[in-house]
Design a protein around this ligand. Structure first.
Ligand code: ADP
Length: 488
């Protein structure tokens, strides 16, 4: 269904709004209503090259800009985001089916990151070393890399796009950002509007957009350009692996924040009411489309029946439907492909013997929050990240069994343990092979200043915490005072 009022957007290159080559566009859909939200430019390789050139030309002045001037810009951008909260909540709902709570989380997170990076320009930039050379002075100074290409996802569309752009920019790099085709506004073009209004210099931040299935030429331009020094990627493990291979071939740096299969362990001494709330939030926030959502619970048998019954009751009461209504908890999945995947995986598990405790049906693209028990080990949903509101419950006989099962995954993003015994929780946490483990909290816990990231198939890099390593190079400079002696 086409909404004739849908706005046509342009790309943001060198501080100006422009059409894609040949004025090609695609339609950006509302996953709840199916209506067209906007028409978005479909970039070609040449468009991407233009954006890279703009970023490259803007780089020397941006790298040299004094911290006080950069600080002013980041703080001004934070104020613009704050002023535009209602627009942002609305576009996140219309473009990505995001409910109010997650939209507000993303926006506040972004404002907080903008204000935090505002003083990164004042961080010390290097170290002085002792040299064995007499009279020799040696210093290592961190320099920005140059142009960083950002590739962002649609799920945490807004905050993950800011994270992708701000960490490199704060250290003096310039950006070419390619948002997901599912969220070109919330994950890209709206950031350009905000940074434009905050008066960032032309070319420091550029956005190019492309339609479904058309990432290829954009990515080709990014990998082929010698000006692009690093790729900052957040997305699926499959795409991340493919991009890492390309980065290997072209010897570009790459930061990867990928998927997860996140377990929650509920020990028998946990507060059951709290465990139920923590589980429901961890599993179903943003209808299970966050890489940190809880996918599987291992609950000690002594409390398994009581916990499961209360969790099923709570889940049945979650309000589903229109994400524009503030009380809605479960909105639509991002597109028909996502819905189909969730349906097929649940059906496959059921065909192999799994039991549906609640859910397993859908209205339009809204999939009901679903809890599965007795899921056979061979079913796909038991091992693969399934981006949807589907939770598996398994009863175990001990904490040890829970840990063994919870760590038997090729992913290693996050995990959580709920227990009345903090010491026991911390001891179990120590033994997890994951980037983030939370004791007495949900698997999902994101703050911009904390090191976020995974191990194994969940990627590498720790956003925020590691940004200086990820987005600067060390240059050693030495000065020899007096005459050196040589062997010949
Ligand atoms: P999903 O399937 O959930 O959208 P992806 O990992 O495919 O997850 O998407 C994350 C980002 O990766 C999006 O911006 C998407 O456009 C991008 N992407 C997908 N395929 C490619 C590709 N071949 N080259 C570069 N980027 C890609």
């Amino acid at each position: 269904m086409t909404d004739t009022a849908a706005k046509t957007y342009q790309q943001y290159i060198a501080g100006k709004w422009s059409d894609a080559e040949g004025a090609r566009t695609f339609e950006d859909f509302d996953p709840f209503t199916g209506k067209v939200v906007a028409r978005i430019p479909s970039a070609s390789k040449a468009d991407t090259q233009r954006a890279i050139t703009a970023a490259s030309e803007a780089f020397p002045a941006w790298a040299a800009m004094p911290p006080i001037a950069k600080q002013k810009l980041f703080l001004r951008a934070a104020d613009v985001v704050e002023r535009r909260i209602p627009d942002l909540v609305s576009i996140l709902a219309r473009e990505t089916g995001c409910g109010r709570a997650f939209a507000m989380f993303q926006i506040q997170w972004s404002i907080s990151l903008l204000r935090q990076v505002a003083d990164w320009g004042y961080r010390p930039v290097g170290e002085v070393f002792r040299s064995d050379g007499p009279g020799k002075f040696a210093m290592a100074v961190r320099k920005p890399l140059g142009v960083v290409a950002g590739i962002t996802p649609w799920n945490g569309a807004h905050n993950l796009a800011w994270r992708t752009a701000l960490l490199p920019m704060a250290f003096g790099n310039t950006m070419v950002l390619k948002p997901s085709e599912e969220a070109p506004i919330a994950a890209g073009l709206i950031l350009a509007e905000i940074l434009h209004e905050a008066e960032f210099p032309a070319g420091v931040f550029n956005v190019i957009t492309h339609g479904p299935g058309e990432a290829g030429p954009v990515a080709d331009a990014m990998f082929e350009s010698p000006a692009v020094r690093s790729i900052n990627f957040t997305g699926s493990s499959a795409t991340g692996r493919m991009l890492a291979e390309r980065a290997g071939k072209t010897l570009k740096r790459i930061v990867l924040e990928l998927g997860g299969y996140n377990p929650l362990i509920v020990l028998k001494d946990a507060d059951i009411a709290q465990a139920v709330n923590t589980t429901a939030f961890g599993a179903f926030f943003h209808q299970g489309q966050i890489c940190m959502n809880t996918r599987k619970v291992f609950v000690e048998r002594a409390i398994a029946d009581d916990y499961t019954q209360r969790l099923v009751e709570k889940t049945k009461g979650l309000k589903i439907g229109d994400p524009n209504i503030p009380t809605t908890v479960i909105g639509p999945l991002i597109n028909d492909r996502a819905l189909q995947m969730v349906k097929e995986r649940v059906e496959e598990a059921v065909s192999k013997g799994a039991r549906i405790l609640t859910g397993g049906t859908h209205e339009g693209r809204v999939y009901h929050p679903t809890i599965l028990a007795d899921v056979p080990a061979s079913s796909i949903v038991n091992t693969e990240e399934t981006f949807g509101p589907v939770l598996i419950i398994e009863a175990v006989d001990s904490a040890e069994e829970a840990l063994t099962k919870a760590t038997a995954t090729r992913y290693g993003l996050c995990a959580a343990i709920l227990t009345g015994d903090q010491e026991k929780g911390m001891a179990l946490a120590e033994r997890f092979d994951a980037g983030m483990v939370h004791v007495n909290g949900p698997t999902m816990a994101g703050e911009p200043a904390l090191p976020n990231g995974g191990v194994k198939d969940s990627g590498w890099g720790r956003s925020g915490y590691n940004a200086v390593e990820d987005f600067t190079e060390v240059r050693l400079t030495t000065l020899t005072r007096g005459a050196m002696t040589f062997p010949f």
